[in-house]
Design a protein around this ligand. Structure first.
Ligand code: ADP
Ligand code: MG
Length: 728
């Protein structure tokens, strides 16, 4: 009987691309399903409009009667678009988004019904929170948590439902989601950066953090993916011999996008436009069937929401095109994995990008201030930043043979390195008029020109300055960007706050001029944070040794990396910047360890099952064919049969050895799992899963993949790498 694999390949080969026609300009449909500023102008009273805009821009509270007005307008707008339900849309610590739909529909006396939605329903809801991870903050018996409207991220219509972005917190006030700490961190960076900006421009009232993410993903035909239990259950292949042709010809990167994928992308981008996600770039990535989507950058909270939404939308659109989208960081061994570069910058309400050099020496000094403070923050908190991207799936990239390394370092390019070297030589204390002029003209003043040809790019660096922003490349493709963005904004906020104190001290105590004080503090920073700067090849072993000498951490596994989250300096910085209390920080640590354990546990079970239920029986079947063959040869050739059946006998023996090894390894793995499960403390359990269970994956896979090469292709049950990656 032909295998499921056989049917799947046949079905996927017969696919016709779903043609997507674009009849309207994208600018015309952009934000059509978003309750954005434009829509609010049309639907809200002037009073309500001003109130919501104030909440967005200045964080002011919205009064209850205004919330009632907003709710009614939102409902009217939604009903006019055929919407029947609404939901509070939030991002619990499961990593996914959550929603519970309620109809606007309500019955009233007299057997009548109406559509109703008021301020109370808009502002706050109480979803049953007991099934979401809380890290012990909220005992399940008092499953009390609530969602609260976040007016800074506009409501939108998705799948005929009005979705209201909300935070999710326990009744005791602790955050149970990704958004709450992010909003607090954005508040902290606004405060700290605005204060520092005032040295350079008194008009600055607000600084916001921007994020431009780049989402990588793989597309695999739906039936091919469904024919693989590992992809279905874990999002990646746990075994499979590499295809004879992989990515070595580099013929996919930036190549012509295959027709089916192209139509999928058009459809996806169309959805993005309606939802106000400013999708801008699409291209093929390095590995076969690997692609990338990048939007125009936005305010960080909105960008995080848009990425979370995108990760949902992309799956639904893919299904329409008979694709399964794989967001996993490492779906295929031997192929490039997927990441989600986080491009990050800060900008003022006066329209200045603080990480972009300006036209005057003063604005360039401002640029240098933010540039160097960011470097200093990353140096101080490198381990925490690494921890912010640690997960079971990202472990396949960071610290494995994959970009970028687990060591956090910063690439700034040759020209800026020179600028920092010159600044390091600035005289201590007061500067002579000559030195000031020299600095202004030849160092600070030259920055825009030198940056113009700052085209060298280092692709191995986890944290790179790319002209007018930093690019954090260690973020995993499945990650919610809130986590790394919360950490980055918190640590830079803390650094800017300290900077302000130091500069003020020099101005008031040592009576230095403002720019002298700034130069003096920056000089010391450059000296102290040099170890984090690295321009070389991040994959080189030499770098690992060098980084160790420099005192940088190199936490390759997730349990190791996560520890930095609960180090004293991490707990302190979150507390000081009012981003997370100690309870919240510790709860998150536990939740992430639990998630790690569950991931490895599931993968271990799936791998054991596939090895025993699919691979071994198939190998036995093929071995029987060989045995029959040898028996037949014996009948014909009698005593001489050995010379004609040497290879077959050899194969039979090889197969037996692999089967034996698989059985022994799976048995041992299950045993280790049992032992690990008995461990009480979550920390130790995670470490045991990491060091005692996970190592079996590689060995079991080795024998299964060897069998794939020995066994007759026709009876092999699992869809092969070449089919998953090259069937179009
Ligand atoms: P690549 O890194 O692929 O070479 P680019 O450097 O052109 O591409 O930009 C990558 C991403 O950086 C885009 O998603 C873009 O929106 C984002 N980006 C550009 N400027 C900023 C900024 N000031 N803040 C945050 N993100 C930005
Ligand atoms: Mg990039």
């Amino acid at each position: 009987m032909p295998t499921l694999r056989f049917h799947a390949v046949k079905e996927s080969l017969a696919r016709k691309p779903l043609q997507i026609e674009e009849t309207k300009r994208r600018s015309e449909i952009f934000g059509e399903n978003v309750f954005n500023e434009n829509t609010m102008r049309q639907y809200l009273t002037r009073n309500a409009f001003v109130s919501v805009m104030n909440a967005i821009q200045h964080g002011t509270k919205i009064k209850r009667d205004i919330a009632d007005q907003v709710a009614v307008s939102m409902k009217d707008w939604a009903l006019s678009k055929g919407v029947t339900h609404y939901t509070h849309w939030f991002q619990p610590l499961t990593g996914a988004t959550a929603e519970k739909h309620d109809a606007f529909f309500e019955t009233v006396s007299g057997g009548m019904a109406i559509e109703k939605f008021d301020g109370g329903q808009l502002v706050q809801q109480e979803p049953d929170a007991s099934s979401f991870p809380s890290g012990g903050i909220r005992n399940t018996f008092e499953a009390r948590g609530y969602t609260a409207w976040d007016p800074t991220s506009p409501a939108f219509i998705y799948e005929s439902t009005l979705c209201i972005p909300t935070i999710f917190v326990a009744y005791t006030g602790e955050a149970l989601d990704n958004k709450t700490p992010l909003l607090r961190a954005l508040h902290a960076i606004d405060d700290a950066a605005t204060e520092v900006c005032k040295y350079f421009d008194k008009n600055v009232k607000k600084v916001s953090s921007s994020l431009g993410w780049e989402q990588e993903y793989f597309l695999v035909d739906k039936v091919l993916a469904a024919s693989r239990p590992d992809i279905t259950l874990t999002g990646r292949t746990l075994l499979g011999h590499s295809s004879a042709k992989g990515q070595q010809l580099d013929d996919h990167y930036f190549g012509a996008i295959p027709t089916r994928a192209y139509n999928f992308m058009k459809d996806l981008e169309n959805e993005c436009m309606l939802l106000g996600i400013p999708a801008k770039t699409r291209h093929n990535e390095v590995a076969p069937n690997q692609f990338e989507l990048a939007p125009i950058f936005e305010e960080a909270n909105l960008a995080v929401d848009h990425n979370s939404l995108l990760m949902d939308v992309i799956g639904r659109v893919a299904a329409r095109h008979n694709f399964k989208v794989l967001l996993h960081e490492k779906p295929f061994a031997g192929m490039n994995g997927s990441g989600k570069h986080n491009n990050w910058s800060l900008s003022t309400d006066t329209g200045v990008n603080l990480l972009s050099p300006g036209k005057t020496p003063m604005s360039n000094l401002q640029f240098l201030t933010f540039f160097i403070n960011t470097i200093k923050a990353v140096h101080t908190y490198e381990a925490l930043l690494r921890a912010s991207v640690a997960s079971a799936s990202n472990e396949h990239r960071l610290g494995a043979n994959e970009a970028p390394p687990a060591i956090i370092s910063i690439f700034i390019g040759e020209q800026l390195t020179k600028v920092l070297e010159e600044l390091e030589g600035v005289t201590k204390g007061k500067l002579s008029p000559k030195e000031k002029t020299e600095l202004k003209l030849n160092v600070v003043g030259k920055i825009p020109d030198v940056l113009l040809d700052n085209t060298d790019r280092n692709r191995t660096s986890p944290f790179a300055f790319t002209g007018n922003k930093f690019e954090f490349r260690a973020v995993g493709s499945t990650a919610n960007c809130a986590n790394p963005m919360t950490v980055l904004n918190t640590i830079v906020a803390k650094q800017l706050k300290d900077f302000k104190v130091e500069v003020d001290k020099l101005i008031n105590g040592k009576s230095l001029k403002k720019d002298e004080a700034v130069f003096n503090v920056l000089r010391e920073y450059i000296k102290s944070c040099k170890p984090i700067l690295f321009e070389g090849n991040g994959y080189d072993e030499v770098w690992e040794k060098e980084a160790e000498k420099r005192g940088l951490s190199n936490n390759k596994t997730t349990p190791e990396a996560l520890q930095a989250k609960v180090a004293k300096e991490s707990i302190d910085v979150f507390k000081e910047m009012a981003v997370m209390s100690e309870i919240e920080t510790k709860a998150r640590y536990e939740i992430e360890l639990e998630a790690y354990i569950k991931h490895i546990q599931i993968e271990s079970r799936v791998l054991g099952d596939i090895a025993r239920n699919h691979i071994v029986p198939t190998a036995v079947k093929y071995q029987n064919i060989l045995v029959e063959n040898v028996k037949g040869l014996k009948e014909i050739f009698d005593k001489d049969f050995k010379s004609v059946s040497k290879e077959q006998i050899n194969l039979i023996q090889q197969i037996s050895r692999h089967i034996e090894s698989i059985h022994a390894l799976v048995t041992d793995m299950i045993d280790q799992r049992r032992q690990a499960n008995k461990i009480e403390t979550v920390e130790k359990r995670a470490t045991t899963y990491c060091n005692k269970v996970k190592p079996f994956f590689k060995d079991i896979r080795y024998h299964c993949d060897k069998l794939e090469l020995l066994v007759d292709d026709e009876i092999w049950p699992l869809t092969k790498y070449r089919e998953l990656l090259f069937t179009r």
